[in-house]
Ligand binder design. Structure first.
Ligand SMILES: [Zn+2]
Length: 392
């Protein structure tokens, strides 16, 4: 009984400290009285917790505020450079690594092209390890100030077992990240790219609200991260949000998953590039070549128009399933966002008798191409500092 009681008290303390850090993160600085009022925690409890947080170096005492009668209140300030986190984003073409502070200010960024032989995943991890060691030696950040490394991966993952089940577009499967912890000598966290993006959006841009959002990540494939009342919804097999593989054309084009007619074969970045190559009979051209053509080539415009139509149909379906407050679009689609944004949002709501624009905000991520990598960096912070809801 006593043991149970002490565990509960420890849990309450951790939760209270996370609440205080979250509040200070948002407000930068507050008095102890304001913290107490805002969180409905007694002044002595606030003081105890603040003292511990000062000892851990996460907040500091920043002097006194003007008195409104009686003693002058002490200001407590959040220290964003008290800890750091690494975010790693692995995509088909590229690996990006960032070191960020607790305010998501990027201290350092590295990137390299994906090696040809991605199948050799271990050598890729060692390359990432070398970059991280180099960053640590350049910035001379003490090891105990680094919370860990978060990986954003374009595949099906089990975050509890640190298990990457597969990445369909890479032909990589069954990787246990646990075994890499000895290489990095710090905690490792993994998350699916769309879920990581949804975490970042929910925490950085919608903090403090009851979030209901679906983040649609459009890259080589398409995936969704689903936030319901601040919790990320993953489903019983942790596969919720694999919306790129919902069928939009019966007996349609063949997908990497083995099925036919999947949404991502029509609406991913790769789908757009493939359509261009097929229609124009070109092989070694890039998406940028195509995007240039859409300015004055009618056929190119038609391809883009058709593509946006497919994208809009899938988004309509997602709105019907989740009735979310926000649909946020991100990922590598950002390279042609300006060309499609207005048209896409119009197409989602035109001839739509069930929803109009005021009932669901469809928008592109304000984090630009950084949603997934910020989400990755958020994972180690979340375990220690922040409240991002539960996995349901
Ligand atoms: Zn598929």
């Amino acid at each position: 009984m006593n043991k149970l009681k002490s565990v509960d008290q420890e849990t309450i303390k951790i939760l209270n400290q996370k609440k205080i850090i979250n509040l200070l993160y948002r407000n930068k600085q507050l008095t102890k009285q304001e913290i107490s009022q805002e969180l409905n925690i007694s002044i002595p409890t606030v003081i105890n917790n603040i003292n511990e947080l000062i000892e851990r170096g996460i907040v500091d005492d920043a002097g006194v505020a003007e008195s409104t009668g009686g003693r002058k209140p002490t200001i407590i300030r959040f220290l964003p450079n008290s800890r750091y986190s690494f975010g790693v984003c692995i995509t088909k073409d590229k690996v990006r690594i960032i070191l960020t502070n607790l305010n998501f200010n990027i201290i350092e960024e590295r990137a390299f092209d994906m090696p040809e032989e991605v199948q050799d995943f271990r050598s890729l991890i060692l390359k990432i390890k070398d970059e991280i060691e180099d960053i640590l030696s350049v910035y001379k950040i003490p090891f105990d100030k680094i919370l860990g490394i978060g990986f954003s991966l374009p595949g099906t993952i089990d975050e509890e077992k640190l298990f990457l089940k597969n990445m369909t577009n890479f032909k990589v499967k069954n990787i246990y990240f646990k075994e890499f912890e000895k290489n990095f000598k710090m905690p490792i966290f993994i998350e699916n790219e769309a879920n990581a993006s949804a975490y970042a959006e929910s925490f950085i841009n919608f903090k403090g609200y009851k979030n209901n959002l679906v983040f649609i990540s459009i890259t080589e494939g398409i995936g969704a991260g689903i936030i319901i009342n601040n919790n990320v919804y993953k489903g019983i097999n942790k596969r919720a949000g694999e919306i790129g593989h919902m069928t939009v054309v019966k007996n349609g084009r063949r997908c990497n998953c083995g099925k036919k007619g999947c949404w991502e074969v029509y609406a991913s970045k790769k789908a757009l590039l493939n359509e261009y190559k097929k229609e124009f009979g070109v092989k070694n051209k890039s998406l940028n070549d195509f995007l240039d053509m859409t300015k004055d080539n009618l056929k190119a415009k038609e391809i883009l128009d058709n593509y946006v139509g497919f994208l809009a149909e899938g988004i309509k379906n997602i709105i019907l399933i989740f009735d979310p407050q926000n649909i946020i679009i991100g990922g590598e689609v950002f390279s042609y966002k300006d060309l499609i944004e207005e048209d896409l949002i119009n197409k989602v709501f035109e001839d739509n008798s069930l929803y109009d624009k005021n009932e669901c905000n469809v928008m592109f991520s304000s984090l630009g191409g950084n949603a997934a990598i910020f989400g990755a960096a958020l994972l180690p912070m979340e375990s220690v500092f922040f409240l991002t809801g539960n996995v349901i």
